[in-house]
Design a protein around this ligand. Structure first.
Ligand code: ADA
Length: 556
């Protein structure tokens, strides 16, 4: 299952999930491997960095498309020995078209998860880059034209709700043909237009409709609609694309973030896609376990640190009414890493692919990028500017932000709609200060001065480490007691401050990190989870729950 609804009623699709032939290129392992999964599930490949080949026989019609939801991190796709696609980045989808080759084929996918100069975003880091086809692969049968994407923009005025829908269609023949484009919402047609596509042409058509009776998407009553776009030729539907949408607005006003015109307070968690021995390929039931724990602890929001997430998880957030800060890929890159010639092209592509595919999720309230990169130098600032502009050229309906750790040296706060700061008072030092109140005050004052006016202020990371089960009366470092007491102090101060619109704790669960981080990461894990990698609760879980539930009760 790759979505929580049917993306097509007309287009025929088949998931290629199951066992594929698999072999590492260096001969270390040969056998069968599940798709989707990380190859680290094979014990002898638990630390494997390198390339591996996946092979499968497939049967296609005249026009077919292979959709890869996520391959970590570089994929080269071959059909009967001929390269048909290449893609970089574990966390965004790509596709390969197979036209005019009906019949049986050998499909091979060569996957590489090693770090190198050509990988600017997957670098040694405080999380782990697993290997393999980590998200589903789908084989689609296409017709003479195809709907590649549908973008839905709801808006509201005195007359009620309206929707602006942009349909991206493409001809797959050499001939010019006429089509009818039909839009429906939960099966009820609401807009129609004629469309002529010349051979091979790709175009975008925008339709606007007034839908005054639409029921809004509220966080406590997340009403979702199925938006369907159909291409009709000679009275027959030849292609379609369905997506789930919600009628809601998000905007920043002064220091507030308004969701359907009401101010929100974000009680959130940073969550990596990492589930002990399963790695970054997480089945729906495990996602739902995470979401149940997040609900139980009182969270209303999630930050997808530090890359775009699996659509299935976003679908679940839509359904539960959990707000999502989705983030383009990058964590903690220094200036030399940002000067890698691949850095800008790979970042632009990641932004285009993330927003292109996730545009319609009503739960996504903002776009983030470049976590803790170089926002304190002129060179870094140029990079931030370029990438923020790229976000705006894809979507102007959501605010933009980045999480800074440059403290009083950051020079990029004027570029954002929301100021977000990572801070670890009582855990890491801050200009020699550890006291929570003075760290927050200092940063608020600085960001107001340099941020070009008044903007919402979010604590995008705050927390402390603990090793599950390590208990001691001395409350020494890495004990559950120490983490619980730091979380208590951090949240007491942060949540009592009405000038802070959101707090995202670092982090939901413990996650694997690269070994180069070993000196500050016992067990080669980032141990700041309030649950460990098996989702066992630490003492801090109840502390966070007490604070989150009290804050929610206070605000009604
Ligand atoms: C940073 C970073 C996280 C993580 C965290 C920590 O703020 O954004 O990815 O590394 O610090 O645990 O220190």
């Amino acid at each position: 299952m790759y979505r929580l609804f049917e993306p097509h009623e007309v287009r025929r699709t088949r998931e290629l999930s199951g066992l594929w032939d698999f072999a590492t290129e260096d001969g270390l392992y040969e056998g069968k491997l599940a798709v989707p999964s990380c190859w680290e599930v094979i014990p002898s490949l638990a630390a494997y960095k390198g390339t591996a080949r996946y092979t499968k026989r497939i049967v296609t019609g005249e026009r077919a498309r292979l959709v890869f939801k996520g391959v970590s991190h570089t994929a080269r796709v071959y059909l009967d020995g001929e390269k048909i696609a290449e893609h970089y980045n574990a966390y965004t989808e790509f596709c390969a078209d197979i036209i005019g080759k009906a019949g049986e084929h050998t499909l091979e996918v060569v996957v590489d998860n090693a770090y190198s100069e050509t990988s600017a975003l997957h670098v040694e880091n405080d999380y782990y880059t697993y290997g393999g086809i980590i998200r589903p692969v789908i084989l689609e049968e296409l017709s003479s034209a195809v709907i590649n994407r549908v973008h839905f923009d709801p808006s509201k005025d005195e007359g009620g709700w309206s929707a602006t829908v942009t349909v991206f269609a493409e001809s797959l023949t050499d001939e010019t043909r006429d089509y009818t484009l039909k839009l429906s919402l939960d099966g009820k047609p609401f807009s129609e237009s004629r469309l002529t596509l010349s051979g091979g042409e790709a175009t975008a058509v925008t339709l606007k409709a007034h839908l005054e009776d639409a029921i809004p998407y509220e966080l406590d009553a997340p009403r979702l609609y199925i938006l369907s776009a159909e291409l009709i030729s000679d009275g027959v539907a030849i292609d379609d694309l369905c997506d789930r949408v919600g009628f809601r607005t998000v905007r920043v006003e002064g220091k507030k973030i308004l969701f359907n015109d009401k101010p929100i307070r974000l009680l959130g968690f940073n969550r990596h896609e990492d589930y002990n021995s399963l790695g970054s390929s997480i089945p729906l039931q495990a996602m739902m376990r995470d979401l149940a724990l997040l609900r139980e602890v009182g969270a209303n929001s999630i930050r997808t640190c530090h890359y775009p997430n699996d659509e299935l998880f976003l679908d679940a957030c839509d359904e539960l009414g959990l707000l999502v800060w989705e983030e383009a890929h990058a964590r903690g890159l220094n200036e030399a890493q940002m000067k890698n010639p691949s850095f800008i092209p790979q970042s632009l592509k990641c932004i285009d692919e993330m927003i292109g595919s996730h545009y319609n999720h009503p739960s996504i309230f903002c776009w983030g990028m470049l976590n803790e990169c170089v926002s304190d130098t002129e060179f870094g600032r140029e990079c931030y500017k370029t990438l923020f502009e790229r976000i705006s050229s894809n979507d102007v309906s959501r605010p933009r932000t980045f999480a800074s750790n440059k403290q009083l040296k950051d020079i990029c706060f004027d570029l954002v709609d929301i100021v977000s700061i990572n801070m670890y008072p009582l855990w890491y030092d801050f200009f020699g200060k550890r006291d929570v109140r003075s760290v927050i005050d200092m940063l608020k004052e600085y960001t107001e001065k340099t941020g070009n006016g008044t903007k919402p202020f979010i604590i995008s990371e705050i927390g402390a480490g603990a090793i599950y089960g390590y208990r001691t009366d001395s409350e020494c470092k890495w004990s559950e007691e120490r983490q619980a007491s730091i979380l208590d102090s951090q949240l007491t101060t942060a949540l009592s401050d009405d000038g802070i619109v959101g707090v995202f704790l670092w982090q939901f669960s413990d996650v694997r990190v690269d070994e180069s981080w070993f000196s500050s990461r016992p067990r080669c894990e980032n141990n700041k989870g309030i649950v460990d990698e098996y989702r066992r609760k630490k003492l801090g879980f109840e502390v966070v729950k007490r604070h989150f539930l009290a804050d929610k009760a206070k605000r009604g």
